[in-house]
Design a protein around this ligand. Structure first.
Ligand SMILES: Nc1ncnc2c1ncn2[C@@H]1O[C@H](COP(=O)(O)OP(=O)(O)O)[C@@H](O)[C@H]1O
Ligand SMILES: C[C@@](O)(CCOP(=O)(O)OP(=O)(O)O)CC(=O)O
Length: 496
């Protein structure tokens, strides 16, 4: 394993900015998750010249072999014996190998390929629903039960049949795979890649963004790939015209690929503004397990917007103001915690024991805590305003962005003690909900809000809810890993 290259990339939750983030005039607040995808690239132990074998050991029959040509342009062909296709993986390999062949000393690439390459891809359990597994083990759907599952738990299904939880498996996987390959072939270096603002990290982002669009057959806003590459941030999209020519060409040359995807190409105009959730708070996610088709929601909302310019412009502007205020408000809370950690911690502990409606109504509140409490109450109000306007967007467009079932669930959640706010992430629908909860170090004698929410979810009869174990990742996006630091990763790699 000594010559292995391991890279991980996080999943995402778009807490504000669904639909708006598709347009460059608006932005989205995306939180990256502690749950990650891992890619391990290793020279084959048994030499198999010009062959790349990709394995996803969490799934049945998930091995794909590719033959790499020796000519120019370099071809990557799926082997005839593959039992399924994996467009995402195939296009990632083809793109990075083509870039490598064009920009590195060909002899160096040839040397790596002449041994053959093994790639293992695994996603943290959170990316796929674990409800069936928990039920088979007779375990309740709680965070504690999730922590008892082995890492990278095999799902005993084919990849095509898996139930995804909405954390953005393909974006995290492509970003981790592309970055690992770029590092392995020496197109970027470990030291520069470690810096989120570096040209190398931006190169990995651009390549991942291209591969993801190509594999999906469409250009979305790209917030999911940006979160996988850079971590939590406020995202403003790139102008899709940067990829137009590449996407319409069958096999772009290495030179064309490089000139478009290069970090110095000024046509990449996306913006990544720093953001993080305030200290002593925690994001909680529930997989609602009812499923929604994001592309169909997006299609309907966008055609409604086109046909109702004036009304939608007003709604978009209102939502944009609320989305920005939420981000500003949460950033201010982080600043208040830095300026006065003691009063901040004491205010969070106090808020954790009361319902949000009671937060601003305490005449005995110590004066130093008042600005902190007010900001938390402000965040609560803004998240409620965002929900209301997103729901209205759905009603006007005739799509279930916050359907009645989700409204009742969220209403129950956000009136619990210590819950700052919540909503339907991303495009909304029946997929999932997110909550932001106060998470003081010690809540005694009260129950911590996290446990209150878990209890409510476990007893909620109207919908089948499973918590996800993800928290916010503070690792800042994709990163090179040491295989020994990731529990369970070494054990799942097939050494051949
Ligand atoms: N563990 C995995 N190993 C290999 N490929 C994967 C894995 N998980 C997801 N994928 C790829 O991502 C695709 C799913 O992409 P998509 O439907 O866009 O899901 P998502 O919304 O989670 O990003 C799969 O068809 C497969 O090509
Ligand atoms: C509507 C959107 O703005 C947000 C969709 O976010 P989701 O998190 O719902 O996305 P999926 O992972 O594809 O289900 C579309 C976009 O920005 O591309």
């Amino acid at each position: 394993m000594s010559q292995s290259t391991v890279v991980s990339a996080p999943g995402k939750v778009l807490v504000a900015g669904g639909y708006l983030v598709l347009e460059p005039a608006f932005s989205g607040t995306v939180v990256s998750t502690s749950s990650r995808f891992y890619t391990v690239v290793t020279p084959k132990a048994r030499k198999e010249s010009q062959k790349i074998t990709v394995r996803s050991p969490q799934f049945l029959e998930a091995t794909w072999t590719y033959d790499v040509g020796t000519g120019s342009p370099l071809e990557v062909t799926p082997a005839a014996h593959n039992t399924s296709k994996n467009k995402f993986v195939h296009l990632a390999l083809r793109t990075v190998l083509s870039l490598a062949a064009g920009t590195k000393a060909p002899s160096h690439i040839q040397e790596l390929l002449s041994t053959g390459i093994n790639i293992t891809i695994v996603g943290d359990n959170d990316f796929y629903s674990q409800s069936a597994k928990l039920a088979s083990l007779n375990l309740p759907r709680t965070l504690k039960s999730l922590s008892q599952l082995p890492p990278f738990n095999p799902l005993n299904v084919h990849l095509a049949d898996v139930h995804k939880t909405g954390l953005g498996s393909s974006a995290a996987l492509i970003t981790a795979l592309v970055s690992a390959l770029l590092l392995h072939f020496g197109l970027i270096t470990e030291t520069t890649f470690a810096d989120a603002a570096s040209a190398d990290r931006r190169f990995a982002h651009n390549v991942a963004q291209y591969v993801h669009c190509l594999a999906q057959g469409k250009i979305g806003s790209g917030f999911d790939v940006a979160a996988a590459a850079f971590g939590t941030h406020i995202y403003t999209r790139f102008d899709p015209s940067v990829l137009k020519d590449l996407l319409s060409s069958d096999t772009p040359s290495s030179q064309t690929l490089y000139s478009v995807l290069s970090p110095s190409n000024p046509a990449w105009d996306y913006k990544v503004e720093p953001f993080k959730l305030p200290p002593l708070t925690r994001i909680m996610l529930a997989d609602v397990n009812a499923g929604s088709d994001t592309p169909s929601l997006v299609g309907k909302v966008l055609s409604w917007r086109k046909a109702n310019k004036e009304t939608s412009d007003k709604l978009w502007e209102t939502l944009h103001q609320h989305n920005r205020s939420l981000a500003t408000n949460l950033q201010l809370l982080t600043r208040l915690s830095e300026q006065d950690p003691e009063n901040y911690a004491s205010a969070v502990k106090y808020l954790a024991s009361l319902q949000p409606v009671q937060w601003a109504a305490n005449p005995w509140q110590p004066p130093e805590e008042i600005p902190i409490v007010e900001k938390f109450y402000g965040a609560h109000r803004i998240t409620q305003d965002i929900r209301q306007n997103m729901k209205r967007m759905g009603e006007l467009a005739g799509v279930p962005i916050e359907p009645p079932e989700q409204t009742s669930l969220l209403d129950k959640c956000v009136t619990q003690a210590g819950i700052i706010g919540g909503g339907v992430p991303g495009a909304g629908g029946y997929d999932a909900i997110w909550l932001l909860v106060c998470n003081p170090v010690d809540c005694s004698p009260e129950l911590p809000p996290v446990e209150r929410v878990e209890y409510l979810w476990s007893k909620y009869d109207e919908l089948k809810l499973s918590p996800l174990s993800a928290e916010e990742s503070h690792a800042g996006g994709a990163r090179k890993e040491n295989i020994d630091d990731i529990p369970g990763l070494k054990d799942i790699i097939v050494v051949v």
